[in-house]
Ligand binder design. Sequence first.
Ligand SMILES: NC(=O)c1ccc[n+]([C@@H]2O[C@H](COP(=O)([O-])OP(=O)(O)OC[C@H]3O[C@@H](n4cnc5c(N)ncnc54)[C@H](O)[C@@H]3O)[C@@H](O)[C@H]2O)c1
Length: 281
Amino acid sequence: MSYRRTALITGASGGMGRACARLFGASHDLLLTDVAGPALDRFAEELSKDGYSISAARSGSIGDAGLVEALVDDLSGSDPFVLVHTAAVSPSQADWRTILEVDLIASVRLLNAVEPVLRPGSVGVLIASLAGHMAAVDPQAAALCADPVAPGFIDSMERVVLRAAGDSPAGAPGPAYSYAKQGLIALAERRAVAWGARGARLVSISPGVIATPMGHQEMEAHPDALRLATAVPAGRTGTAAEIAQAARFLASDEASFITGCDLKVDGGAVAFVRHAAAAAA
Ligand SMILES: NC(=O)c1ccc[n+]([C@@H]2O[C@H](COP(=O)([O-])OP(=O)(O)OC[C@H]3O[C@@H](n4cnc5c(N)ncnc54)[C@H](O)[C@@H]3O)[C@@H](O)[C@H]2O)c1
């Protein structure tokens, strides 16, 4: 009898989620979730037809406590599992409050819910962003984002986000996204200690500009993202498959000594932005 672990993939009908489902699905039973219900159902059907094993495809917002409870129930009887958390909204898709709610608050709640059912050998991979590395760290934002489920978090963040946006609500989604992703990178580092005590590992990946629906939308809305995508050392945008491959490596036994850290899979974007000026001088 074959022995397969479960891979829970959030944002499973998005660009990276699909790529992760196809890659992890070669060796894992898939537990898929996304807020885009019809797209998720179509994708799960397509995967089933292609011979993948789907343990469940649950639609709903990752911020929904009932959905998360059902996913954790699906995991609780299982052996060590992999969590690849890709679900998020970007600055051109949502207002600043929604970005903080989905990208950060829901991520913390998801980890809170999953941690009681961790088994030795479980691995969590959180998808952060190069935006978390590009933006300056605001100590007040960092302190608040360390506990985003605290009462009054959104109200306290309003001042910080608007200040970063030069008091323009229209500019607020950008800083909110950066702070949420900085919070996610810090979350993987901080929680890795407790995960280690349970024999589990927790890491984050910071993708650069990736050719997914979200990536295309950002490049259309922000020509800077498009320029950056081609100016980076890799000279191109990345593919969702390249993020999935990094996630699979981090979830594998080959990465058994890697935990509590962030892996940039960005074609050298952060290196380029930090060092291009010095190199040109
Ligand atoms: N594409 C890029 O250039 C890029 C760059 C850096 C980081 N990222 C990050 O990579 C991850 C995956 O992005 P992608 O490019 O695959 O985007 P995508 O838009 O293709 O996929 C994201 C998926 O998340 C789902 N989603 C959105 N809100 C949700 C919610 N409340 N509950 C459940 N699911 C929800 C969407 O329906 C979508 O299917 C995200 O965390 C994103 O912030 C993307």
